[in-house]
Write a protein that binds this ligand. Sequence first.
Ligand code: TYD
Ligand code: MG
Length: 461
Amino acid sequence: MDILCMAKAQSRFVCQECGAILSKWVGQCEICKAWNSVIEEIDQMGITKQNEHIPDDFFVTLSDDSVETEESLIIGRRQTQIEELNRVIGGGIVDGSIILLGGPPGIGKSTLLLQVLTEMDGSSEFVYISAEESVNQVLLRARRLNISNNQLKIAASSNIHQIISSLHGLPKSSIVIIDSIQTILSDLIQSPPGSISQVRFCTQELVNFAKKNDVTIIIVGHITKDGAIAGPKTLEHMVDCVLYFEGDRSYDYRILRCEKNRFGPTDEIGVFSMTGHGLEEVANPSAAFLSGHNSEVSGVAVFAGIEGTRPILSEIQALVSHTNIAIPRRSSVGFDTNRLIMLVAVLSNRCKLNLSNKEVYLNVAGGLRINEPAADLAVMASIISSSMQKPLPKGSVFFGEVSLSGEIRPSHLSYARCKEAQKLGFKEIYCSHKTEDFDKSSDLEIRKLKMIREVISSVMN
Ligand code: TYD
Ligand code: MG
């Protein structure tokens, strides 16, 4: 036997907290410093035989017509009954894809997925496998949600091998839901359910099955305290599409966001509200996020944002209060805190607004999370308004990025932002001096600003 091509199966030591691979067992992981998290695994890598069978169609060329290309895959998308979900995943579920749905416990993942299984056209089947709830509990919930689907099968199992065996024979384009990946396990792996080794192994089994049988599998993943899907980045690499279902449980609104998508864009969001009979799509998110908006109060600015291709208006609230602490706090919910610190520095330096003995708190109403730099102007306007204890002009909307020099820069899709503001009855738009003109005939006033200090000198007067 050729000794050189037969490497020995070796042990490796994997940290169950962070996924680090170590050469020897240690009580404390060298990378994440977690105690007792390192477990021995048999490293299967490097034991490939050289005489593995290679099929004739192993390699293909670009001119090969027999291979399904991305375009034909897009035609093979299945529309679900939930429009918001269809939009977030790029127009529908691609057959044979693996989707990971992450979110904190109790946000509504199981509810959403059960609602996805409402009857669709075609001869495919729908399977819901719960490893968290009993069949009775799932049935009760499905009945309460008025799910009507004669092709829906429900099972409760936590054994990955039993699950995969039960899926054999499913017709093409069927949809399988696994709820959740942290509670299923394989008895071939020694570590407990939810550990990195188990989560990775079970996901890999499901990925292999889905690709081989052209069945779509949607996997539910819980989010750990620090916001990562347990079994960190490894899971995200293995699947085609990563969706996050987020929002504060105390708010009615739930936001579905796409983090990774091999078959479509990642910047769309879907908005739902949790009601007594399940999740309902929110057709007009701007109106929803502004409900209860009160323009008579200081520290409140309305931001015209864009999520994907859709304009969404939201309310940004700031509170500036006096403090004797040497380093005053800057804290934000729904907006990047580092960016807030930077904007406060720009305000202090370019507007001569003294915030050195003031705490600054920022909140985006309704549980929305804003990632756009175009929110800078609205954030700064709300801080100015709160520190001067004077409301911003009634019916005003803001958008524009603010540079370190204090200049207000234009944002993309300004026409769509203005249009949405007009639709909701706003009267004035404050934006960059470089913003293109809006409809001349409309009664919407476009007020163009060059520098951030103009918010104090002209807007607040
Ligand atoms: P669930 O889908 O079980 O959350 P997850 O799977 O993400 O843990 O949703 C649970 C929450 O949703 C729970 O707090 C109750 C609420 N809920 C409703 O308000 N209305 C409903 O019709 C349903 C099914 C759940
Ligand atoms: Mg659940």
